[in-house]
Design a protein. Structure first.
Length: 127
């Protein structure tokens, strides 16, 4: 059973059986307006005018955070160990250094891609 506290704009699900939804709601010690709803599709839906409506701006904001995190992870795990190690960097040819420099630049520019964050063309890591 799924409920929405309209006063607090909080969605909740009962994990235990009740004999009657109306009886459960009336037994709550609150003056808030609580209604029974359909199951919420996901955390990016809001209850508007009696239906769950996708909140695309919140969904895109979360996707942006996730994709920037993926970009940062690639920088930390792939690029930083190479470019921040002077001995390793010096052992690379000028061509390889250029490839790593370009890879780093391409990763930093991922958020500027036209489809970001929905469609990303991830650069290829140098060999």
């Amino acid at each position: 059973m799924y409920f929405l506290n309209k006063t607090q704009n909080e969605y909740f699900e009962l994990l235990f059986p009740v004999t009657s939804n109306a009886e459960y709601i009336s037994g709550l010690d609150t003056d808030d307006e609580i209604i029974e709803t359909l199951q919420r599709p996901d955390c990016y839906h809001d209850w508007i005018d009696g239906a769950w409506v996708e909140n695309t701006s919140e969904k895109m904001a979360q996707k942006t955070i996730e994709e920037r995190g993926e970009r940062d992870k690639r920088l930390s795990f792939h690029v930083d160990p190479v470019v921040s190690n002077p001995l390793l960097w010096a052992s690379l040819s000028a061509e390889k250094q250029g490839e790593w420099t370009q890879y780093r630049t391409d990763l930093l520019n991922v958020p500027q891609q036209s489809g970001f964050p929905s469609s990303i063309s991830w650069p290829s890591k140098p060999d």
